[in-house]
Design a binder for this molecule. Structure first.
Ligand SMILES: N[C@@H](CCC(=O)N[C@@H](CS)C(=O)NCC(=O)O)C(=O)O
Length: 85
């Protein structure tokens, strides 16, 4: 199973939704909090090609994007294969 990493912050509804989807699938993920961590957030933005919003999600080495992109992968039926690879 691919390693999943999610950069998140507290009180972020998109982060909660993304994690709920992963939790519902029983997927374990590394969660990196950016609250009060400008250096961590800057590193996230660099790795995410300039994206500043949370969550930012990686499946293995693939940058998925945010919650909307994760949900789109689920709707298209591609998410499980990505998680399994
Ligand atoms: N479309 C994005 C929306 C994410 C979003 O708006 N996140 C808020 C926090 S809940 C945020 O990071 N706002 C600050 C910013 O955009 O820099 C997604 O699906 O992940």
């Amino acid at each position: 199973m691919s390693e999943v990493t999610i950069y998140s912050s507290n009180y972020c509804p998109f982060c909660i939704r993304a994690k709920q989807l992963l939790d519902a699938k029983g997927v374990k993920y590394n969660e990196i909090r950016v609250d009060g961590q400008p250096k961590v957030r800057a590193e996230m933005t660099r790795l995410a090609g300039g994206a500043t919003s949370v969550p930012q999600i990686w499946i293995g080495k693939t940058h998925v994007g945010g919650c909307d992109q994760l949900q789109a992968l689920e709707r298209s039926g591609k998410l499980d294969a990505m998680l399994a690879s």
